[in-house]
Design a protein around this ligand. Structure first.
Ligand SMILES: Cc1cc2nc3c(=O)[nH]c(=O)nc-3n(C[C@H](O)[C@H](O)[C@H](O)COP(=O)(O)OP(=O)(O)OC[C@H]3O[C@@H](n4cnc5c(N)ncnc54)[C@H](O)[C@@H]3O)c2cc1C
Ligand SMILES: *[C@@H]1O[C@H](CO)[C@@H](O)[C@H](O)[C@H]1NC(C)=O
Length: 496
């Protein structure tokens, strides 16, 4: 059929009223969550020519667990802070964006953990002898090494998996695991500071060796840029979402902030998504990027309920909690200069204000300390007042530096990721008792419902690069179905 010129002009007029970035009434895909993985999935769909989607985000911002905030006159990171896995055989895709040519050129600092033996404080003050801590670190490193070897010999079904702590008992003749304050804080630094859960919980087979460092390198770079680490999410978003030419802000109507999804009704012919303010969105497919912690709650109701193979895999994996407490002081009283950035507090209570970082290099003149706590201590601290937490931290600092005049902190920042119903923790950790097969089920689609997020990353769960790559992978699974009609997704069988 041939259109007359008048019809074509009329059509053009209609098209002009709905510029290509208008939100489609019935999009093909609904993406839930505008964190790194959801934004990455949208980018991959766009590349494949699927542009009729909406992104529904519960909070008032894009970025999710990558979140800068103003503290002590500078922007600090409440969530992810490091690009982890740099200077290895493969290029970490996040490092490529953060530092690479044509990238963001973010202000970053390679973290140097080589001086901990000179910076480990006793429970009641003063430093441990350097040689003594060196010995502890050396022994623990040897244990780790034999742990990695042992891990490689375990049957790939996962049936022989054990906790990292079991491995420590096996290989180091420490029947109780590390139990003196100095052993415990070094152990904490080596494990909890990375995985946010203790070695008693963490799977040996699935964390040693760790693909992140094996593939991308052992170095980690601390991001301290006033644009925030979240600018990497923005960087991906602006590849396909409309931005305001002046402010650079995302103004694409397909991104809907302050939109809390409460129900996903799904069937072979499509999905109906309901939000807290009773709006209804329909599409052919939905991609859920909400954190593992959120999936373990009833914030999002699935109709029908997810099959038990799916919910089992979700409930068996762990959402860990990692809390970065920032403190500002009127003056500095801690050692400064090369080799002083990180220091440890060896309490008899494992995990009590254990790992400290002075940020003079990153934020000169700001007089800010960062202390990291995890797991049960995090949950405890989230439930008490910030004043109480400040008191505890001050007591620890005064114990560490008995000879110094330690002034009261003037400001404190205590992020509460665990209490927040849109996160319910900070990142996933692989516990004993979950095989590779069961982990892969977390990623597997259920009919028209697809899953993404750091907890679905094939090799890098827990990390920003894991979230980014998972977004691409999950979008690819959906693209195979939508464009090539390849809709069956096979997870390797339990005993394959
Ligand atoms: C304190 C902390 C420290 C970390 N440190 C590092 C680090 O140094 N290096 C590193 O690589 N990684 C680190 N991580 C992990 C990293 O931040 C995450 O792996 C990654 O950002 C997760 O991205 P995501 O897209 O999977 O999830 P998210 O960022 O959680 O994105 C999911 C989005 O879904 C939204 N959402 C949830 N529920 C709903 C709903 N019902 N309806 C609509 N939207 C919803 C959320 O608001 C969120 O924006 C850290 C994380 C935290 C919190
Ligand atoms: C980061 O980028 C700079 C400038 O391009 C380069 O000189 C440097 O080697 C890069 N760093 C790493 C660790 O790749």
């Amino acid at each position: 059929m041939k259109h007359s010129t008048a019809t074509v002009l009329a059509l053009l007029a209609v098209v002009a009223q709905y510029p290509s970035h208008a939100a489609p009434a019935d999009p093909k895909v609904i993406i839930i969550g505008a964190g790194m993985s959801g934004i990455s999935a949208g980018n991959r769909l766009s590349e494949a020519g699927i542009t009729d989607f909406v992104i529904l985000e519960a909070t008032d911002r894009m970025g999710g667990r990558i979140h800068k905030t103003e503290f002590a006159g500078v922007n600090v990171e409440m969530g992810a802070n490091w690009v982890e896995g740099v200077n290895g055989d493969e290029m970490n895709p996040i490092w490529n964006m953060a530092n690479g040519t044509g990238g963001l050129n973010l202000r970053t600092f390679r973290s140097d953990f080589n001086h901990l033996s000179s910076n480990t404080y006793k429970q009641d003050g003063g430093l441990y002898d350097k040689k003594c801590v060196e010995k502890v670190i050396k022994r623990m490193d040897e244990v780790e090494e034999s742990g990695s070897k042992l891990s490689g010999t375990l049957h790939h079904s996962g049936q022989q998996d054990m906790s990292v702590m079991s491995m420590q008992r096996l290989t180091s003749q420490m029947p109780d695991g590390p139990s003196t304050p100095v052993d415990m804080v070094v152990d904490y630094y080596q494990h909890d500071f990375q995985f946010a859960e203790p070695p008693r919980v963490t799977s040996l087979q699935n964390t040693q060796p760790l693909p992140t460092f094996n593939d991308f390198g052992d170095d980690v770079y601390f991001v301290a840029d006033q644009r925030g680490y979240e600018s990497v999410v923005h960087h991906v978003a602006e590849q396909y979402l409309k931005t305001d030419p002046e402010s650079g802000a995302i103004v694409d109507p397909r991104l809907k902030l302050n939109t809390v999804v409460r129900e996903i009704a799904y069937s072979p012919i499509g999905v109906v998504v309901r939000t807290e303010d009773d709006k209804v969105y329909r599409a052919d497919y939905v991609i859920v990027s909400a954190s593992l912690g959120v999936l373990q709650t009833d914030l999002i109701r699935f109709e029908p309920q997810l099959p038990s193979w799916k919910s089992m895999s979700i409930y068996k994996f762990n959402m860990a909690v990692y809390t970065k407490i920032f403190l500002k002081f009127p003056k500095r009283f801690w050692p400064e200069g090369p080799g002083t950035e990180f220091f440890l507090y060896a309490s008899g209570r494992r995990g009590y204000y254990p790992v400290w970082q002075q940020l003079e290099k990153q934020y000169p003149g700001s007089n800010v300390l960062l202390v990291t706590i995890t797991d049960d201590e995090s949950r405890r601290i989230e439930q008490q007042s910030d004043e109480q937490t400040m008191e505890e931290a001050m007591e620890v600092l005064r114990k560490m530096f008995p000879e110094k005049d330690v002034p009261e902190a003037t400001e404190i920042l205590v992020p509460r990721w665990w209490s927040n119903r849109f996160f319910k923790g900070t990142f996933s950790n692989w516990p004993i008792g979950v095989s590779r097969y069961e982990f892969d089920l977390i990623r597997a689609p259920v009919g028209t419902v697809y899953f993404t997020g750091e907890h679905t990353s094939e090799k890098y769960n827990g990390y920003v690069h894991g979230a980014y790559l998972a977004g691409i992978d999950s979008a690819n699974i959906l693209i195979n179905c939508a464009k090539k009609n390849m809709c069956t997704y096979n997870v390797k069988g339990k005993h394959d």
